[in-house]
Design a protein around this ligand. Structure first.
Ligand SMILES: O=C(O)CCC(=O)C(=O)O
Length: 251
């Protein structure tokens, strides 16, 4: 559940950092397990991306409804939130930038942020599990704070969008291993070239409201024999009528 200050910040900036959700030992364990599940290949470049890390074992799939993060997602998406897709981004020093994208309803109908009568709601949302530190200037996740409410999405200069320039309104939040970055895809955001000395390692779990799906294909529950009832509700296909509440809540 968001505190009053977190509500203020999310509404103001379109993202939040939940500090220290995982311990350093848990981050190291996830990192080690990921090396076994997704070993680096000789032809891999400095930027690596892997789909569906939730299939790498229960340590990964259990992140989808982590008790410290799920209540935030329910507050921001609603009680019938669904897990849409998940993946990893690993970047070595010199890995290139990915342009700034997202923003409210530019091309994608599920990128939105609404506020009404005390309630915040979002389309596609992201929980980024940070396994390694990103210090100021290292790169990685960048965003334009407040742009989830912009009326001038098309006026972001091209060099800022491509990240050839970094105007002061583009921010790279510093994060520590174990933090979770929560952001709405209505926020303009991207990936900045990695300058850190260690490999950047993040796991991204993306969530949708009950009626929408960004992914082409949803989760096959047969792939998750150990999934709990709550995780099954979370991975259920999109439906307004049919998508059950993930956790029991009166809202
Ligand atoms: O953390 C990052 O590198 C940004 C990922 C991204 O652009 C996205 O989730 O759409």
């Amino acid at each position: 559940m968001l505190s009053d200050e977190e509500k203020f910040r999310f509404d103001l900036e379109g993202y939040l950092i939940i500090p220290g959700v995982l311990s350093l030992a848990e981050c190291a364990q996830l990192s080690e397990l990921s090396d076994a599940a997704w070993p680096q290949q000789p032809h891999d470049g400095a930027f690596r991306r892997a789909a569906q890390v939730s299939l790498w074992g229960n340590n990964f799939s259990n992140l989808m409804d982590h008790p410290k993060v799920l209540p935030y997602l329910i507050d921001l998406i609603g009680p019938r939130a669904r897990l849409d897709h998940d993946y990893a981004i690993y970047m070595q020093r010199g890995a290139p930038s990915q342009p700034i994208h997202g923003g409210p309803m530019r091309y994608e109908s599920d990128h939105w942020y609404h506020y009404n009568d005390g309630v915040m709601r979002n389309g596609l949302m992201v929980a980024t599990w940070v396994l390694t530190d990103a210090k100021p200037g290292d790169g990685g996740f960048v965003c334009v704070p407040g742009s989830h409410k912009t009326n001038f999405i098309n006026l972001l200069p091209e060099d800022a969008q491509s990240q050839d320039a970094m105007p002061e309104y583009v921010r790279q939040p510093a994060v520590n291993a174990g933090d979770v970055i929560l952001f709405t895809e209505a926020l303009m955001h991207g990936t900045r070239a990695w300058q850190g000395s260690d490999e950047r390692r993040v796991l991204l779990f993306k969530y949708s409201p009950p009626h929408s799906s960004w992914a082409k294909q949803g989760y096959d529950l047969n792939d998750y024999p150990d999934a709990t009832a709550q995780q099954r509700r979370l991975m259920a296909p999109p439906s307004v009528e049919d998508h059950a509440k993930v956790i029991d809540t009166k809202s």
